[in-house]
Write a protein that binds this ligand. Structure first.
Ligand code: AP5
Ligand code: ZN
Length: 213
């Protein structure tokens, strides 16, 4: 099963993806995580991407398309995969359609998680992520047992550079202008599955599972 997780920054795509990996046994492919990993390693690609990410802008299409193309052809993607944060504009979606048809693959479901803007700002500014294992937390909504320490691996929790209020505002604007048109794009393909993203993490997980079967 090939899935796209669509939704604004902070909608809970990464949070739900981590649970879906266990439930469906398919890997999460997050372009955001891949770019942050490249930056951590200090590769030229990572350093170039940082300029865009710090402003809340989209990294150029050719960079992310190249990453995804290579990743979906790896062995662990044979049974399916979850794309998280890709595609992010109509041009990326069209490229993905072409890429998949060349590979004889298709997208089965586009899960679109909807959350109002004011809630997104609260979620993003309170988000904390583990430096070592990438687990996500929230200072109020999903706090770790010990302040600043990951429950899963004991790693240090940090706040993403792009989770400050000013960058969050531009990310939300970019989402509205460039990514939201994908709702229509996938609706026309009959693949769109709208999910109300307000509620507990468990409730939203149950809604997604009900849709995926
Ligand atoms: P990316 O890393 O993809 O970030 P994003 O899309 O902005 O999404 P987030 O990771 O911020 O949100 P999420 O929906 O995963 O939320 P989460 O589950 O963590 O992209 C970052 C940047 O990389 C982009 O700005 C761009 O520059 C670049 N980029 C990436 N892909 C690209 C592409 N394809 N093309 C071009 N550029 C690209 O949840 C958020 C918080 O809320 C957490 O703290 C969580 O604990 C909490 N939470 C989750 N669910 C709930 C709930 N139900 N109730 C309460 N709190 C909750
Ligand atoms: Zn950890």
């Amino acid at each position: 099963m090939n899935i796209i997780l669509l939704g604004p920054p902070g909608a809970g795509k990464g949070t739900q993806a981590k649970r879906l990996i266990d439930a469906y046994g398919i890997p999460q492919i997050s372009t955001g995580d891949m770019l942050r990993a490249a930056l951590k390693e200090g590769t030229p690609l990572g350093l170039e991407a940082k300029k865009y990410m710090d402003q809340g802008a989209l990294v150029p299409d050719e960079v992310v398309v190249g990453l995804v193309k290579e990743r979906i052809q790896q062995d662990d993607c044979k049974k399916g995969y979850m794309l998280d944060g890709f595609p992010r504009n109509v041009s990326q979606a069209e490229t993905l359609d072409r890429m998949l048809s060349e590979l004889g693959q298709t997208i089965d479901h586009v899960v679109c998680i909807q959350v109002p803007d004011e809630e997104l700002v609260k979620r993003l500014t309170g988000r904390r992520t583990c430096r070592d294992c990438g687990a996500g937390f929230h200072v109020m909504f999903d706090p770790p047992k010990k302040d600043g320490v990951c429950d899963k691996c004991g790693g240090e929790l940090y706040q993403r550079d792009d989770d400050n209020e000013a960058t969050v505002k531009s990310r939300l604007q970019v989402y509205g202008e460039q990514t939201k048109p994908l709702i229509d794009y996938y609706e026309k393909q009959g693949k769109l599955r709208q999910i109300d993203g307000v509620g507990s993490i468990d409730e939203i997980f149950a809604r997604i599972k009900a849709v995926l079967g």
